[in-house]
Each structure stands twice: as C-alpha cells, then as structure tokens.
Design a protein around this ligand. Structure first.
Ligand code: SF4
Length: 214
C-alpha cells in the first residue's frame, strides 16, 4: 500500500519531513483534527508509515525548492516515535549533501518513551532541536498535552531533562510555547533560560474555549 499523504512538504523555504502520525500525547492545541490533517496546503495523513528510502526519495526531490537547506523532522506526529527511522534518515541525508541543517521538532518525550537516553544519538546526527514545552507547570503540562497514561506522571520532568541534555550535548535547543489563555508565558521563558535553551512563542492555530489552567 502506498504511503498516502505528503512525506515531504515546504513551508517558508524549509523542507519538512512527515515520518509518522503517531504521538505520545493528544495536545489540546494541535491542529490536525481541526484542519482535517492538512497543514497549509499539504495533506499529512499517512496511509502507512513510510520507509527510510521513501522519505529519502521525497526529501531529495523537494530539497532543490528549499533555499534555506534546512530540513525539519515535523509532521502531524512525533518523530521520535520512529527513532530508528529518524536516525537512519538523518545519516542518509547527510551523505553527499554538505551544508544541510537538520532539526527535530518534538514534544520532548523521546527519552522517556524509548526507555533510554536518546540525546547522544540525536546529537550525533542533528544540528538543532525545538521542544514544544508550552508551560512551566507540571499539572498544566498534563492538561495541555494529555500524554499517554504511562508517560503522565514523569512526563514534564522528563521533557525538562531532555531539554537540559540537548543543551549539554551542544544541540542548538529552543523551547517553544503556544500562545494560549491561562499560560504564564513569562514563566516558560524563564524556565527555558534556566535549562539553557532559547525560547520562542508560537501562535495559537486552533481556538480553544477552555482555559489552559482550568
Ligand atoms: S505531538 Fe504534535 S502532532 Fe501530536 S498531538 Fe501534539 S501537536 Fe499534534
């Protein structure tokens, strides 16, 4: 069966790769259902998970249209759910393609869900990591992200540890937070600084009537 849905898509001059639709969380601010799995003109619902070869072909085909030479692992799904594919694909992309910049967009639970510290493996192949943390409060993190039950209790601390580890491994590390009611964004920015990471606000894509602190 073909891997329906876009495996590679362009946005603002960058190339994005869509590895999976699996997530360890069901984030309240996620646009995938509200936007029917379309992200700004690209359909990201996969019929099945693509192979490394299929992703590589798709990336090489679209890379000439990405002037930034930046490739970002980010679709409607969490890339570290397919860690082996992410690592193999990163290595393959690097080969014969000098000057590429590789970034992972993640919810930051990869170490906890893979049951081992994945930061050294990521640091060996990536340039940067963007971690969707969204709050400085553990209870609010659980409310906003709705993690799988086995990740809920330790999740927030695990994400903070992951961020700290990425910084220590010399990955360019940015914490992001979606602008939404009830979130103390100044506190998220302060926590990012304490962890040694940069901080970036992201616009809210989907209207949510419920406050994040409720
Ligand atoms: S991890 Fe990403 S794709 Fe998955 S639910 Fe959260 S925002 Fe949506």
């Amino acid at each position: 069966m073909a891997a329906r849905g876009e495996l590679a898509y362009l946005y603002k001059g960058r190339l994005y790769l869509n590895l999976t639709n699996r997530c360890p969380t069901a984030c309240r601010f996620c646009a995938k259902h509200a936007w029917d799995w379309n992200y700004r003109g690209s359909r990201l619902l996969l019929g099945r998970e693509p192979t490394v070869g299929e992703l590589l072909d798709a990336a090489r085909c679209r890379l000439p249209d990405a002037p930034s030479r930046e490739i970002i692992f980010c679709g409607f799904g969490e890339p570290t759910e397919r860690l082996a594919t992410l690592l193999d694909l990163s290595e393959a992309l690097r080969s014969g393609q000098p000057g590429l910049s590789l970034r992972l967009n993640t919810v930051g639970l990869g170490t906890l869900s893979n049951r081992r510290d994945i930061v050294p493996e990521l640091a060996a192949v990536l340039d940067s990591v963007s971690v969707s943390l969204n709050t400085a409060d553990a209870a609010q993190w659980r409310f906003l992200h709705r993690p799988r039950a086995n990740l809920a209790a330790a999740g927030f601390c695990a994400v903070c540890d992951f961020i700290r580890g990425c910084v220590q491994a010399k990955l360019e590390t940015t914490v992001t937070a979606v602008e939404q009611p009830g979130v103390d964004l100044a506190a998220v920015a302060a926590l990012s600084r304490r962890l040694g990471a940069g901080f970036r606000l992201r616009p809210q894509l989907v209207d949510r009537p419920q406050r994040a602190g409720s």
